[in-house]
Design a protein around this ligand. Sequence first.
Ligand code: AMP
Length: 218
Amino acid sequence: MSFENLGLAPALLRALVEQGYSEPTPVQMQAIPVALAGHDLLAGAQTGTGKTAAFALPLLDHLYVSKRGQAQPKTPRALVLTPTRELAAQVHDSIRGYGKHVGARATTIFGGVGMQPQVDALRRGVEIVVATPGRLMDHMERRSVNLSNIEILILDEADRMLDMGFLPAIKRIVNRVPKERQTLLFSATFEDQIKSLAMEFMRNPQQVQVNARNTIAE
Ligand code: AMP
C-alpha cells in the first residue's frame, strides 16, 4: 500500500516524499480514505502512530485541493484542538511540512504567550487554526476569532483534553462552529466520556483503531 493509493493530491504526495515517508502507517491507511470521503471519524491511535498526518493530510486535501477557496477568505476553515501548547506547536509544524506545496496558511493559538501576536495573525487571515481550548475561549470572548466558517473540526488527543478539564471549553467551542461540518476525533483511549462526546458532536462516525504495536520506531 502506498500513499498514491489513498487518493491524496499530487502536491501533498510530493511533500511526503520530501519528508522521507515511503508508505502510510496503519492509522493513515485506515483513516485517510474515510476522512477524504467526508465522513466523521473516531480514531483510536496513540502518539507515535502517525496520527497527525492521518488528520492533517485529508484536512489539507479538502481545504486546498478538493474544496479550494469555497468559504469566505480570511476566516478559518479548519480548527484543530489539542490539549497542550507543545502539541499545538508540533501539529502546526507538521501541517506546514505536509502543506508546503499547497500554500497552507495556519497559525497557533495557545496560552502562556501574548495575545496580541495571535490577534494580529488572525486578523491577517489564516485557513487553519491549531489551538488549545482555554486560549481559544479567550479569543472567542474578545471576538478576535471567527469560527462561523469552520468546515473541519479536529479533536486531537481528546482523552487528554478531558483529563485536563477542557470538556466545558470544548462544548462551548463546538457550539460556535457550524453544525454542517466534518469532525475527526483522535484519542488513545475510549472511555464512556469520549463515547458520549462523539455521540454528541459527530454524525455517524466511522471508527478506526490501531494499537500501540503500530508505533513508528524512533
Ligand atoms: P505522530 O504519531 O503523528 O506524532 O507521528 C510520529 C512520528 O512519525 C512523526 O515524527 C512523524 O513525522 C512520523 N511519521 C508519520 N507518518 C509517517 C510515515 N508514513 N512514514 C514515516 N514516518 C512517519
